[in-house]
Design a protein around this ligand. Structure first.
Ligand SMILES: *[C@@H]1O[C@H](CO)[C@@H](O)[C@H](O)[C@H]1NC(C)=O
Ligand SMILES: *[C@@H]1O[C@H](CO)[C@@H](O)[C@H](O)[C@H]1NC(C)=O
Ligand SMILES: *[C@@H]1O[C@H](CO)[C@@H](O)[C@H](O)[C@H]1NC(C)=O
Ligand SMILES: *[C@@H]1O[C@H](CO)[C@@H](O)[C@H](O)[C@H]1NC(C)=O
Length: 605
């Protein structure tokens, strides 16, 4: 009892104990071990069972316990974690972490509890992994003037920030290449480390042979000095073959007939069946208009090659912002690999092969100005063959229409007509108004203006004061935009008698009635003005007086009217095959509108 009382008094006063970690920041290498040191001053005669230790880590996810010891039992929540208990009584609570991964990074807290004393200290662990740099192809041969692509692969490094440069080293100096290469965004590996790939395309000439080394240099926090990948290049020997003429002539003459015949036979066979033949690669075939958000087929034909194995890749090289017009001839190949969206079909023609590669790609307006590349590699080719095509994207307007204000033209009033074209690409467009085929000059335009992403919209307005002569005038809005491939035409007829109705097709309910069942035929008449309308129904040309029922006219917010007209009757056997007609008359219509419907009873054909 006394003892316990003493503890309670002591707790607020002597509650803290000095715990030290050293250094404040530790560095750990991926797949290696590290020691997180932690020391404390233990009161005299402290036994092991009086000491409790806890190591916890705060990593971006959460706070978790890595190791704990309660005086008797240890618990490790991380594999390969080790604390030497025999050193605890001497005040050493250092923790060993073996086989470090990226996940081990975080702020560690070492807490020591020797009741009633408690203390803790923090140590931050930074994990790093050295990049592995490789350069491909290694010590390769080339032809004079060949464009060769070199790849620098930087693997399994951490943290993410990295700097990569391409250098060239000549016999007596070394210089950094201009930034005409492209480096991918770092890719995250499953173990939390990163990898990047950089590629550069270079035109190689004779003077480069042997003397020139290409270097890919990587600077990273894990490296004391930059890591380098290197490759040398060697000019391929020319094809000339030097024959030794010091051959015994007599033997030669003796053998010449036999050899000659064999070699003739062999070379015929060789030329026909075995010799390697390089493919011919066609330019990329694409439609005249590449419409945004529509699946487009791009084709590359590869003809007459042997042997069969061939490698076909597709890339799209998108322009960077504000750089829409990069020359297509730049050797730089900076594309995204989109080969997975292509299908290749290899067929045999006699003794050679042909391939058709089709790329199914849905471009967006952001792809405008991009270069599409079809790349072919084959054993018989000295160098990779690339066909390139710059693609210009267009997007058809989402909507084009003419509206009038007011909606129903009034004699003696002003009428404003607007031709509205919404969401198209590219921005170049022209709108022209015609009045009965004559150019209208009194036009006000708004736009084209950017409305969403890269899409544009435009309005064009013309107005007139309505006189009786204007009745029947036709206004035309001509839209000239690349995406149509022709000039699109919208028409508006001035109708001082009102707006004629739109009459829809007749709907039957039920569609195939049985004999004796009641059937209803409906006809929708919409968007007309003034609201007076006459509807007549006919059966096989004979007007019907009974069974017709019209709904009330409903006015829409736009000031136009709509209604339904219905014909209801019990179905009889002789109705099968009868032609029903709904006839609509309106003051704004020149001729009445008619819609027919042939009734068919269920079970009859
Ligand atoms: C110590 O741990 C063991 C099992 O690991 C258990 O059997 C024992 O009872 C514990 N002793 C005390 C004093 O808690
Ligand atoms: C503390 O313990 C670790 C092992 O857990 C050991 O490597 C280290 O040298 C010890 N420190 C001292 C000062 O003895
Ligand atoms: C490439 O050539 C260099 C010297 O020119 C040599 O040290 C290196 O081992 C070669 N690499 C390969 C893969 O042959
Ligand atoms: C060969 O290429 C290098 C750059 O790689 C260039 O400096 C040199 O002038 C070229 N030589 C010839 C003969 O084109």
């Amino acid at each position: 009892m006394n003892h316990l009382f003493f503890l309670w008094i002591l707790l607020p006063v002597a509650g803290t104990m000095q715990v030290r970690t050293y250094p404040q920041q530790a560095r750990g290498w991926v797949r290696k071990s590290t020691l997180l040191s932690c020391y404390f001053t233990s009161p005299r005669d402290t036994k092991l069972e009086d000491i409790a230790v806890r190591w916890a880590v705060k990593s971006p996810g959460a706070l978790r316990t890595v190791y704990s010891f309660d005086g008797n039992r240890t618990e490790c929540d991380r594999k390969e974690t080790f604390l030497d208990l025999s050193l605890l009584e001497n005040g050493n609570a250092s923790l060993y972490l073996k086989d470090i991964t990226v996940e081990d990074e975080g702020e560690y807290t070492c807490t020591v509890l020797i009741t009633p004393h408690v203390g803790h200290s923090k140590i931050a662990l930074k994990v790093t992994a050295k990049p592995y740099v490789s350069l491909e192809p290694q010590n390769t041969t080339y032809f004079h003037g060949e464009i060769k692509t070199f790849f620098c692969i930087v693997q399994n490094y951490y943290p993410q920030e990295i700097e990569l440069n391409w250098l060239v080293s000549g016999p007596d100096k070394e210089w950094v290449l201009p930034k005409t290469y492209c480096t991918s965004d770092p890719a995250l590996n499953t173990d939390g480390t990163y990898s990047v790939k950089s590629q550069i395309a270079l035109v190689l000439n004779e003077s480069d042979s042997g003397a020139t080394t290409y270097i890919c240099e990587v600077t990273h926090v894990s490296l004391e000095e930059p890591a380098r990948g290197r490759t040398s290049i060697f000019l391929a020997p020319s094809q000339a073959i030097h024959t030794d003429t010091g051959f015994i002539v007599g033997v030669a003459i003796g053998c010449v007939l036999v050899t000659g015949m064999i070699s003739v036979l062999f070379s015929v066979l060789y030329q026909k069946r075995l010799a390697e033949v390089a493919p011919l690669v066609s330019p990329i075939i694409l439609p005249a208009l590449v419409i945004a958000n529509e699946k487009i087929t791009f084709t590359c034909n590869i003809n007459g090659f042997r042997p069969k194995p061939i490698n076909i890749q597709w890339y799209i090289d998108r322009p960077k912002q504000g750089q829409r017009s990069r020359s297509i001839d730049t050797p730089l190949l900076c594309g995204e690999d989109i080969t997975h969206q292509a299908q290749h079909l290899v067929t045999k023609h006699g003794s050679v092969f042909s391939a058709t590669s089709q790329l199914f790609y849905t471009p967006t307006v952001q792809d405008d100005g991009a270069t599409l590349v079809c790349e072919v590699e084959h054993k018989a080719l000295h160098a990779t063959v690339r066909q390139k095509e710059k693609i210009n994207i267009t997007a058809r307007p989402k909507k084009c229409y003419i509206t009038s204000w007011p909606l129903v033209p009034q004699l003696g009033e002003r009428l404003v007509l607007s031709c509205i074209v919404e969401k198209f690409y590219p921005m170049e467009i022209s709108l022209t108004w015609l009045k009965n085929g004559q150019l209208v000059t009194d036009v006000t335009s708004f736009g084209p203006f950017l409305c969403e992403d890269d899409y544009c919209s435009i309005w064009s307005q013309t107005e007139l004061l309505l006189t009786e002569e204007d009745d029947g005038l036709i206004y035309t809005c001509l839209i000239n935009h690349m995406s149509f491939g022709k000039i699109e035409e919208l028409n508006y007829e001035i109708n001082l008698k009102g707006t004629p109705p739109e009459v829809q097709w007749i709907i039957a309910e039920p569609q195939n009635p049985t004999e004796g069942e009641e059937v209803m035929l409906r006809c929708k008449i919409s968007n007309f003005s003034p609201p007076q309308v006459t509807v007549n129904w006919f059966r096989n040309g004979v007007q019907l007086g009974t069974g017709v029922c019209n709904s009330l006219c409903v006015a829409s917010a736009r000031g136009l009217h709509s209604m339904w007209s219905m014909l209801r009757f019990p179905c009889q056997a002789q109705d099968h095959g009868s032609i029903f007609m709904c006839q609509v008359n309106h003051t704004a219509l020149k001729n009445c509108e008619e819609r027919s419907y042939t009734l068919s009873l269920s079970g009859k054909s």
